[in-house]
Design a protein around this ligand. Structure first.
Ligand code: G1P
Length: 271
């Protein structure tokens, strides 16, 4: 059973400057609540019971978001038990029961972030979510957990992207499996158009095997000097571990770029 999730949050957020010079991108509001809350809600609805939030010292404000009890207590008292305030505080406390904070003080990539949880993951597989990638209208994590049960395999979310955009994503080499699912034969982190084996991109939802930690421990840094989860997955695929790509049904919003963030605000307001 998949009950644990990892969410790497230690990235610098340079694509969202100047906003991220004062606020982590994951706390930027999308129609009244931080992007991170949408991701946490997805986890809760998918049955996740423990969520590791990987932050850095510079992003401690994310922890503060969940631990501002004195502030809430004072303001609730001053506003004479205002219902809305009590609701917000209880929501935060519910999330807090699920989240644990893990530190990654230098942003060395998603693979390095995941490795920080090596001793914390109990079962054979765990969920990882990239907070830039919001998926609405259909719970992608839940669909992937079901698929994992069916095939007893690692699963990665996928979406077709424009051929001209392949160098923005991890790209899969695929083999047909069933409607909306394919076997992953290979994956390359941000390839050139020439080297891209398809236009099926990696989207930030992964069900990964615990044995990825062993691979990550030995992995050398890749593109831009970072330890990429994609490279560790590639090693596992080459070692004949089964990975399935799942073309998810929901509406995808890329909140890691300013354009995407603006788009997300518009789209969420229509929901
Ligand atoms: C990361 C992954 C990439 C994936 C993308 C999805 O890239 O490294 O393989 O396609 O997320 O959003 P990043 O957005 O951190 O550049």
């Amino acid at each position: 059973m998949i009950k644990q999730a990892i969410i790497p949050l230690a990235g610098l957020g340079t694509r969202l400057l100047p906003l991220t010079s004062v606020l982590p991108k994951e706390l930027l509001p999308i129609c009244g609540k931080p992007g991170l809350e949408y991701i946490l809600e997805e986890c809760v609805q998918a049955g996740i019971k423990e969520i590791f939030l990987i932050i850095s010292k510079k992003k401690k404000i994310i922890k503060k978001y969940f631990y501002s009890d004195d502030y809430y207590k004072k303001i609730i008292k001053a506003k004479k038990n205002n219902k809305k305030l009590k609701f917000e505080y209880s929501k935060i406390k519910k999330f807090r029961r699920l989240v644990k904070f893990v530190y990654q003080n230098s942003p060395r990539g998603t693979g390095d972030a995941v490795l920080k949880c090596k001793k914390l993951i109990k079962s054979n597989h765990f969920l990882m979510l990239l907070p830039d990638d919001l998926i609405f209208k259909n719970n992608c994590s839940l669909a992937m957990i079901k698929l994992h049960k069916q095939y007893n395999s690692s699963i990665i979310a996928s979406k077709k992207v424009k051929t001209n955009d392949v160098s923005r994503w991890g790209i899969f080499k695929t083999e047909n499996l069933s409607k909306n699912n394919f076997l992953i034969k290979d994956v390359i982190e941000k390839p050139t158009i020439k080297l891209a084996p398809s236009n099926h991109a990696v989207i930030g939802r992964y069900i990964l095997p615990k044995k990825i930690f062993k691979i990550l421990e030995k992995q050398k840094s890749g593109r831009n000097g970072e330890i990429h989860i994609t490279d560790a997955i590639r090693t596992l695929i080459h070692q004949k571990n089964k990975f399935i790509g799942h073309v998810f049904a929901g509406k995808y919003l890329d909140c890691g770029t300013m354009q995407g963030y603006i788009e997300a605000t518009k789209e969420v307001s229509k929901l």
